[in-house]
Ligand binder design. Structure first.
Ligand code: NI
Length: 397
């Protein structure tokens, strides 16, 4: 069938292709927002049971962890993860299996990611890894909460390696990125409240003006990336909201700012958070204001470890050929909560090409985003093989 790349034709039977294409289209038709993936989780529980999972657990509300038996029950446990939540976007793809939920859409390809995990389960049931494999169907990635919630349940405590990926239309179907090093950025936020002294707009000398302080602060925050971070490193400090004042002739008591912080290494992440605090407090002092600063830690950066990355590259080359493994060649300042797994468990997060021939490079989170159907089989095969390679390597160690 044309939906299968030639290199994958030996791996998937016609009935596998139908099962996975139907599943993906069904998930796409019925997208559910973070922490509301009830139908999705129920559907996936049915499928993993039908594929022969030896244990199926519902964890963290709408998460599912299914165990597929390896050849040796004493061999190390590994995991593959697919995230399953959708976004509050009105779909505009015009696909025949377009969303039936108004204002909700799989605009980030998590319909494909969930299907990858199921496809990997199917392949692992047929040709098991050395040890058992946990198939993790994770809710609430878009809000950066699901991975941590699943880890907090203890369901992955014995896992020795974990693999996951994201569809990416910057790469053609059949291309896989599994570089060691930074692959996604940390995503933290900050809140700053500048407290001053209100006064009549005609008598500014009686005020401590938080609006003037906020103006100085916004400019000064730009120097963090420009003058504190190595130009060869990647970082973002964005002020995304500012609120102050009620009328043209009143100097208000306070100004509130919020923003986002992105970095690709733990070191840069720590520096930009500390600098936001230091600069806000210093500017406040020089403008006779008080600053209350909160940095809210979100997802850490994804930094693929060397060994996990080599397992994934070996797996991708085995199923697709050496030429399929391509370098990222980009810096991604988006966040991805797979980072929480990699803080505790070795493994690799991949970018899986999802652009069909002649297709556009539409970005995820667009109402016109869709991943090429062929990418279902690439992700499924690479995740299954990554689990086998890691399981074999860990068993031999
Ligand atoms: Ni996504």
């Amino acid at each position: 069938m044309s939906v299968l790349l030639p290199s994958l034709r030996g791996l998937f039977r016609d009935e596998d292709v139908s099962l996975l294409v139907d599943l993906r289209r069904d998930l796409h038709r019925h997208p559910e927002l973070s922490w509301k993936e009830h139908r999705t989780a129920a559907r996936l529980v049915d499928v993993v049971k039908s594929l022969g999972a030896v244990e199926v657990r519902t964890v963290a509300n709408t998460g599912v962890v299914a165990r597929f038996a390896g050849r040796d029950r004493h061999a190390p446990l590994v995991a593959v993860r697919g995230d399953i939540d959708a976004l509050p976007i009105e779909e505009a793809t015009g696909l025949p299996f377009t969303s039936t939920s108004p204002g909700v859409m799989h605009a980030c390809g998590h319909d494909i990611h969930g299907t990858w995990a199921i496809g990997a389960a199917l392949l692992l049931a047929r040709q098991p890894a050395a040890g058992d494999v946990l198939v993790v169907l994770q809710p609430a990635e878009e809000v950066g909460e699901g991975a941590k919630a699943i880890l907090d349940t203890g369901a992955l405590d014995d896992v020795k390696a974990i693999f996951g990926g994201h569809v990416d239309r910057r790469f053609a179907v059949g291309q896989v990125v599994a570089d060691a090093g930074p692959l996604a950025a940390s995503a933290d936020t900050f809140d700053i409240e500048l407290l001053g002294k209100g006064a009549h707009g005609a008598r500014p000398h009686e005020s401590a003006d938080p609006i003037v302080g906020a103006a100085a602060l916004i400019s000064a925050l730009q120097t963090i990336v420009a003058r504190r971070i190595d130009p060869a490193a990647a970082a973002v400090v964005t002020v995304g909201s500012i609120h102050a004042g009620t009328a043209s002739n009143i100097i208000p008591e306070r100004a509130n700012l919020t923003g986002t912080l992105r970095a690709t290494t733990p070191e840069t992440r720590a520096t930009i958070g500390n600098e936001v605090k230091r600069i806000a407090e210093s500017i406040a002092e020089s403008y006779r204001l008080t600053a209350r600063v909160t940095v809210n830690l979100g997802t850490p950066p994804i930094v693929n470890p060397a060994e996990g990355s080599s397992w994934a590259r070996q797996a991708a080359a085995a199923v697709l050929g050496e030429a399929a493994v391509v370098p990222f060649g980009l810096t991604n300042m988006g966040g991805e909560d797979f980072a929480f797994y990699l803080e505790r468990i070795p493994g690799c997060f991949m970018r899986i090409g999802a652009r069909e021939e002649g297709g556009e490079r539409t970005a995820a989170h667009s109402p016109r985003f869709t991943a090429a159907e062929e990418s279902i089989f690439v992700g499924a095969a690479v995740l299954a093989e990554s689990a086998r390679v890691a399981s074999a390597a860990l068993s031999a160690a």
